[in-house]
Design a protein around this ligand. Sequence first.
Ligand code: PHB
Ligand code: FE
Length: 327
Amino acid sequence: MTDTAMTEVLAGEPNHHGYRTFQLGEFAFERDEYFAYVRWPTGTHTMSVDAFLRAAQRDVAWNFFYGTVNFDNVVGTVNHYGNVDLFAGSFNEAYRKAELDHLENFPHEQILGTFRSMLDDWTNEGFDPFAAPEETRTAWGDKSGNNTEAITRRRVTASRMVGVPGDEPIRTDETHPVNRMFADVDQSQPEIYAEPGFEDQVCAFNLFGYLSRSDVTWNPSIVSVCKDSLYCPTTEEYILPIIHGNDRVEWFVQLSDQIEWEVADKVTGKLRARVTMKAGDVAAMPADIRHQGYSPKRSMLLVWENGSAELPELIATGKAPTYPVDI
Ligand code: PHB
Ligand code: FE
């Protein structure tokens, strides 16, 4: 048993591959050279460990995000904003029918502490769960070193807007070199001519240039905030490591290149749509779906979130619709 600063983490001695086994309620997590195993009283599940770590990384970095974070079609978490469900098979019709599903609720800090420790213990030197597969070494093998610096990266969360005095800085060559796939992106900054006396209040920055310098994939950062309206652009390459089950409507604006989205029912997982978004396309993802994106080339996506704390309840009780507009 080890302690983190926040809460008690139940971790066993390292197994013969060097990895600790973690316990959360009646769930147990174990890894070996290639796989992560999740066990619960009525079942067991195996995931490729690279996919598991990429998913766990998002869940931890996003504080369990909005609604459901499915690691795959069996295991995942539901954020209740203060406490979190950990489930296996609960949103999978076959597991439900066979009564093999299992769900437990944990205080936010307990599950976050355990996932953080597990991610740190299971991530080897050189493997970066945030990076595109082409830009990282592998997750495989017996335990060797760690990559704490990569997995504890701080997500950009502007309180007003990137570039505004006192807020997140605009990226530079020194801290964020342009990604290999965005070498052609214009790096010039807007010219600002403020009225005298308003120099500190009028700001602008080159969002494409900013995104071209992102060293992570599938990790929306908050670049601007206006009340509950959050602009969360991100750079995408390969596969969104989680299948997100929305608890509110999200708008997607495809800023460059192309992403294919697989959209399924949030509860059953039954396929609903396949959406190909090309540069300039806009889509609203409803509140009753799960979705996963595939980006063959690094692309830029703007995720527009409504951060209102009231939305999940309004939608769950039918007081607000699951879709944004009647056409
Ligand atoms: C989403 O679930 O809406 C989502 C998550 C991460 C991304 C993009 C979209 O990078
Ligand atoms: Fe989503």
